[in-house]
Design a binder for this molecule. Structure first.
Ligand SMILES: *[C@@H]1O[C@H](CO)[C@@H](O)[C@H](O)[C@H]1NC(C)=O
Ligand SMILES: *[C@@H]1O[C@H](CO)[C@@H](O)[C@H](O)[C@H]1NC(C)=O
Ligand SMILES: *[C@@H]1O[C@H](CO)[C@@H](O)[C@H](O)[C@H]1NC(C)=O
Length: 172
């Protein structure tokens, strides 16, 4: 990389900001469970968080896979850089198995009770994940171009679809 390009990207990184615009949590199997709530809340200009609760009807969960796809809006959302599937049950035991999954996992692990390996025999909570914290990690670690992004996670258990979680955001 030329030094000019490098300088430009450093400048860009310092100034860039990832803003969450929307979250959507959808249960894909009413037998598996349902979301009691899933929302973004702005407390004030600097503190915005994401909370969600998934009530599980079939406990314990012994198998859980997650497909994580990053998409960027061009003419509709198109796959962008990452599309990976990992065993969510083993992620916590062996977080190094996938660096990308580990990055997303590290971003949420202190804010969720899903931060241990399977089985999960309790409802799943995401408790006030501060957006600033994720902003910081995203813009510091992932030097992405500006635009609108969608982080889509598709959850399934032994091949059966369970839930679809979409997080929309803008990098400016
Ligand atoms: C925003 O709210 C948080 C949590 O209540 C508080 O700690 C923080 O000081 C507030 N910031 C501003 C600028 O009011
Ligand atoms: C991710 O890759 C899988 C397997 O190739 C494909 O079926 C799926 O549609 C892809 N997801 C997205 C969002 O493009
Ligand atoms: C796991 O989540 C709980 C809250 O549900 C938190 O108190 C604990 O510190 C977390 N553990 C790790 C290792 O992040």
């Amino acid at each position: 990389m030329s030094s000019l390009l490098l300088f430009a990207s450093i400048l860009h990184l310092i100034n860039s900001r990832f803003e969450f615009t929307n979250v959507e949590c959808t249960s894909l199997s009413k037998k598996f469970g349902e979301f009691e709530y899933c929302y973004l809340k702005s407390v004030n200009r600097t503190f915005k968080y994401w909370s969600a609760k998934l009530k599980l009807y079939q406990k314990p969960i012994k198998a859980l896979e997650v497909n994580l796809a990053l998409m960027k809006r061009f003419n509709g959302y198109k796959p962008f850089l990452y599309n990976i599937t990992v065993n969510a049950c083993k992620l916590f035991v062996n977080p190094k198995s996938s660096p990308v999954a580990k990055f997303f996992y590290d971003s949420i692990q202190t804010f969720t009770n899903m931060n241990h390996s399977c089985p999960y025999n309790h409802d799943i909570l995401l408790d006030k994940l501060p957006i600033e914290f994720v902003n910081h990690r995203l813009t510091k670690i992932l030097p992405f171009p500006e635009g609108n992004y969608l982080i889509q996670t598709h959850w399934s258990s032994s091949g059966s679809p369970c839930a679809l979680i979409k997080v929309y955001g803008t990098l400016s």
